[in-house]
Design a protein around this ligand. Sequence first.
Ligand SMILES: O=C(O)C1=C[C@@H](OP(=O)(O)O)[C@@H](O)[C@H](O)C1
Ligand SMILES: C=C(OP(=O)(O)O)C(=O)O
Length: 455
Amino acid sequence: MVHGAVLNPAVARKSENLAGTIRIPGDKSISHRSFMLGGLASGQTRISGLLEGEDVLATGRAMQAMGAHVRKEGDTWIIDGVGNGLLLEPEAPLDFGNAGTGVRLTMGLVGTYGFEATFTGDASLSSRPMGRVLDPLRLMGVQVTAAEGDRLPVTLRGPDIAVPITYRVPMASAQVKSAVLLAGLNTPGTTTVVEPVMTRDHTEKMLTGFGADLSVETDADGVRTIALQGQGKLNGQEIDVPGDPSSTAFPLIAALLVPGSRVTIENVLMNPTRTGLITTLLEMGADIAIENRRLAGGEDVADLVVSASDLRGVTVPPERAPSMIDEYPALAIAAAFAEGETVMEGLEELRVKESDRLSAVAAGLKINGVDCEEGKASLTVRGVPGGKGLGSVSPTVAVETHLDHRIAMSFLIMGLAAERPVRVDDSAIIVTSFPEFMDMMAGLGADISAERKAA
Ligand SMILES: O=C(O)C1=C[C@@H](OP(=O)(O)O)[C@@H](O)[C@H](O)C1
Ligand SMILES: C=C(OP(=O)(O)O)C(=O)O
């Protein structure tokens, strides 16, 4: 287990049919960006539906430490921004806890300022690679001090005047794309990002919504060129954050796996850069009705009516990975109950998330009786329809979550449909992205409880 954190072991047990209607909390990606752009813009930004997960709250605190005023009135978060180019030097290191998105995007946002800012995080975040955003920042003239291997803690000092760059993103990463574009906000001239493989487009959409001068061109091969004119004015906005499709994955898959279930999940973001999991589950034979499609705050949203289903294994093509990158741990659980083999490819980015998710998922599946194979960038799972024989063989066996919220939630979902209980060594980390998870699942009838004894 990872170093020093207070752990809350938990156990999930085979449950009766799940039933009810839930509204998934706000999207994590949009919530981070709402705090960042709201904190930077001139005037007031009002956010409803913000995800109040620890990751996002850390971003709010960072913006406050750089001069924005952040407060909550009733259910609305209100931010008085500083104005583009006018962030203040933070007096203390900015602690981003477990949040890759928070730290990487904020490094972009403030890296080009002519002051010093230090970034820290928890043991998981401190082991993740930051070079992917530090490299383009160095090209823009930013001085970087980092721990070995470009890890946290990182200290940045911007140049007097940052240099605009054209940057081709070397891996499929919305965080890298976004960090460069945000660095471009405080840089004279045109900052250009070339994105060979499309990733979630919230930064582009939200920058445009806040009034930035940004253009996107897509060539015949799907390569996107995003050009941002620096030093423009951003204006505060009203934002209604739709429900997070990555959080949706857990009750959605639980409802598919627990016999007799029927669950309605309302207000789910259906942006096509985020719907790869739904596409895959439909191919596996899932009964998911997509209802009440509508536009909310410039995004497609819908309600999902999910009924328990017999799933069959599929091959998930590598090009789908960016549109469901955070959903593979949950999909691997669905695959563990599907007829036949599920093959997931193009997963190299899973190795640098909150944990090495490829090996964490494979290890968790194995100790719970699932036949699977971990490749360099792939995972093959052979399912057991009905879950007979699945689950932990002894109360002392628990899945190691490695400070990774998605590993914790995925295996708790597994326990709801497996023959035997499934234990995880920690559930406390779930507050980073989905603080309501335990209560929401209990409300649907899921049997998940805290367990005093860790493995
Ligand atoms: O831009 C974002 O909001 C995110 C991008 C993804 O990371 P990568 O850019 O590393 O793929 C994703 O895993 C993360 O949870 C949120
Ligand atoms: C990868 C994730 O988040 P981040 O990179 O923001 O820590 C996630 O939430 O699954």
